[in-house]
Each structure stands twice: as structure tokens, then as C-alpha cells.
Design a protein around this ligand. Structure first.
Ligand code: AMP
Length: 218
């Protein structure tokens, strides 16, 4: 599958991406995970990105576009789930140009629509594996981590992300509405948008698989 997952923070993009990866081996490409890994390794890119991330703001387009171009040009995946990218109109137009250059045909853009009270509840209960090579996502209520707040997959400590404080979450939701939500109209115009209103991961994944099947051979 070649899919963009669109949706507010807490809409379930990462969890659904992992489910779809398990389904057909398409790779999850999460710009948030890539940036957290750069931050943890203290790279120049990580140092530039950190202040934007902690405040709940978007990292400048040019930094993200460089990460994405490097990922696709050096190691082009046959199937992918873009999780958290694009997040601005300039990112979407740059992605269109890159796909045209590389001859990549997108199957669809899935917009995960989740009510705000569910989002706030999910984000306040979300915990993430601190191992940047894993970054498994947990929910204290519906999918708790292992004993002693450890990751059930790799055993590392599970933490609340620095950008999941009430202030940062509020800011991230504002940024989503003002800067990322216009992409819904952008992809409606290109005819690629699939609106998904299911809340359970299994149902969301099934809706996407069904719709992608109508577009591509999966
Ligand atoms: P995420 O894990 O996708 O919620 O991303 C965490 C943070 O990384 C965001 O709040 C942004 O600061 C930054 N980030 C991730 N993806 C992008 C993107 N496509 N454009 C700009 N900033 C991004």
C-alpha cells in the first residue's frame, strides 16, 4: 500500500500504521519518530528540531523535506504509510513533485477523524517506548505497558513524551487546525481523500485496506 495517514495528534495514525505494516509489510515512515531519533542521538538536525517539538510547533518545512527526500531517494520503499507527513501545504506540494520525479503513485490519503474529547483522553493516557528504535505506543487504559512501566516489545522504559504536557498538546491541536487541516481540502480536490470515522484500530485498518484494495494490488 502507498498511503498518507492524515489526522490530528492522537487520532491514531501511528497505531494504525503499525497495524497496516503487520498486514502487508508496507513500511511506516513517521517524521515524528525520525525526529525523536535525531534528538536522542544529538545530531545537528535533532538539535535544530528540539525547540520546535517541545513547544508543540512544527519543525520548518525545509528540515522535514530533507529527511523525506533522503528516505525516499536513498532507500525507496515499495509500500509505505506516511505518518505525520505532510503537515503543511508546501510539504504536500513538495511531496507531489517528489512522487512525480520518482514515478511513485499514491493509493489514497486516509483522514482519521476523531472527536476532540477522545483525542484529549488518548493523549493524556498515551505512553511511548523510550527506545527510539522501537517507539511502541501504549495507552494506560486500553493497552497498558508491561510491569514497571516497561515496553512489552523491547523491555525499555515507557515514558510520557515531553510534547504531551497539557500546554504542548493544546498548542499541537491549534497548529493542526490552522496549518494541517487545510490538507483535507487539498486532497479532496485531488480526489485521493478517504474519510475514516471508525475509532477502533481494527475497524480503521479494515476500512483503509478495503479502500486501498480498490485502488491497488495489495
Ligand atoms: P508526531 O510524533 O508526528 O506527533 O510529531 C512530533 C513533533 O515532530 C511534531 O509536533 C512536530 O514538532 C514535529 N514534526 C513531525 N512531523 C512533522 C512535519 N511533517 N512537519 C513539521 N514538523 C513535524
Amino acid at each position: 500500500m502507498r498511503i498518507i495517514l492524515l489526522g490530528a495528534p492522537g487520532s491514531g495514525k501511528g497505531t494504525v500504521a503499525k497495524r497496516l505494516t503487520a498486514y502487508d509489510g508496507s513500511v511506516q515512515i513517521s517524521t515524528g519518530d525520525m525526529l525523536r531519533s535525531e534528538v536522542q542521538q544529538d545530531t545537528p538536525l535533532g538539535l535544530k528540531a528540539l525547540k520546535f517539538m517541545v513547544a508543540g510547533n512544527l519543525v520548518p518545512d525545509e528540515l522535514i523535506l530533507e529527511i523525506i527526500a533522503t528516505r525516499f531517494e536513498l532507500n525507496p520503499p515499495s509500500g509505505f504509510l506516511l505518518d505525520g507527513f505532510p503537515r503543511t501545504i508546501p510539504q504536500a506540494t513538495a511531496l507531489d513533485a517528489m512522487f512525480a520525479r520518482l514515478g511513485i503513485q499514491l493509493d489514497l490519503v486516509a483522514n482519521l477523524v476523531v472527536p476532540e474529547d477522545v483525542i484529549l483522553d488518548r493523549l493524556s493516557n498515551r505512553r511511548t517506548c523510550s527506545n527510539t528504535a522501537c517507539q511502541e505506543i501504549y495507552n494506560l487504559k486500553s493497552n497498558p505497558p508491561g510491569a514497571g512501566d516497561t515496553c512489552r516489545k523491547c523491555g525499555s522504559l515507557v515514558i510520557q513524551r515531553a510534547d504531551e504536557t497539557v500546554e504542548a498538546v493544546t498548542r499541537r491541536l491549534q497548529v493542526y487546525r490552522s496549518t494541517t487541516e487545510p490538507l483535507v481540502e487539498y486532497y479532496t480536490r485531488t480526489g485521493q481523500l478517504l474519510v475514516v470515522k471508525d475509532l477502533k484500530t481494527d475497524d480503521v485498518a479494515a476500512s483503509i485496506i478495503r479502500a486501498a484494495g480498490a485502488h491497488a494490488c495489495i
